[in-house]
Design a protein around this ligand. Structure first.
Ligand SMILES: O=C(O)c1ccccc1NCC(=O)[C@H](O)[C@H](O)COP(=O)(O)O
Length: 262
């Protein structure tokens, strides 16, 4: 595990332990079952792509460990509406506070503003967080293989399935891609960001795409700035893309989203 992921995993375990002390699983599970029905996240990505067009997961991201503050003027419902107007298929909302200045409320508010499916972008180290994510309204969760072992990944994925959510399984290298295949992942994200150096390189998707499970929908993540990047990632085999920083830095987010999609 990289230094940054080890640091995040350590404080997440403490945070989850604290949340569990305050709220029994039965309570979270009841809230998850009472939450507004899941919107099909993977189905929206499947429906949104076509030759010459990648589906967009547009990210609501205030800050990051690699870039610090990205967007000071930060209004999640307004950003969600701008992304919807710009043609995004789904939203990704960072809820981690310490490293990304996110908040659970951002997911609730952004999802309420639009009809798009939403993934809770956070660092999951306990199946309890999956039910919590659904209770917050999430339609999908992120499973970061670099941070957890296969047993925990399988538990997170089966808990997501139990609650009607999709799981985006994120990989960074060949070994993790092989693990994703063995776990039966059908929605696989290749993260172009090296989590040790924070260097972003679209060649990571080009290198790993051919090894993705045959039936998986492939998402390229991080470091997409212009439409030429989108064309390049489609040529590599991606069907969808996850984009945060480049859109978050724009004054007119809807127009920038349209321009990125071409
Ligand atoms: O963004 C970071 O600095 C980062 C650092 C450590 C772990 C994860 C990190 N990012 C999470 C993401 O996956 C990105 O927010 C997402 O792929 C969008 O990337 P970008 O378009 O480059 O903002």
């Amino acid at each position: 595990m990289t230094d940054i992921l080890a640091k995040i995993a350590a404080y997440k375990r403490e945070d989850v332990a604290d949340r569990k002390r305050r709220r029994a699983f039965a309570q979270v599970d009841a809230a998850a079952k009472a939450a507004s029905s899941p919107r099909g996240f993977k189905a929206a990505l499947e429906a949104g792509h076509a030759p010459g067009k990648l589906s967009l997961i547009a990210e609501i991201k205030k800050a990051s460990p690699s870039k610090g503050l990205i967007r000071a003027d930060f209004d999640p419902p307004a950003l969600a509406r701008a992304y919807a107007e710009g043609g995004a298929a789904c939203l990704s909302i960072l809820t981690d506070g310490p490293s990304f200045q996110g908040a659970d409320g951002y997911l609730i508010d952004a999802r309420a503003a639009v009809a798009l499916p939403c993934i809770r972008k956070d660092f999951l180290v306990d199946p309890w967080q999956v039910a919590e994510s659904r209770a917050l309204g999430a339609d999908a969760i992120l499973v970061i293989l670099a941070m957890i072992d296969d047993a925990l990944a399988a538990d997170l994925m089966s808990e997501a399935a139990r609650l009607g959510m999709d799981a985006l399984v994120e990989v960074h290298d060949e070994a993790e891609m092989e693990r994703a295949g063995k776990l039966g992942s059908t929605l696989v994200g290749i993260n172009n960001r090296d989590l040790k150096s924070f260097v972003v390189d679209l060649a990571v998707t080009e290198r790993l795409a051919a090894q993705a499970p045959a039936d998986a929908l492939l998402v390229t993540e991080s470091g997409l700035f212009v439409h030429d990047d989108v064309v390049r990632m489609e040529a590599a085999g991606a069907k969808a893309m996850l984009v945060g920083e480049s859109l978050m830095r724009q004054v007119n987010v809807a127009a920038a989203t349209k321009a990125l999609l071409g």
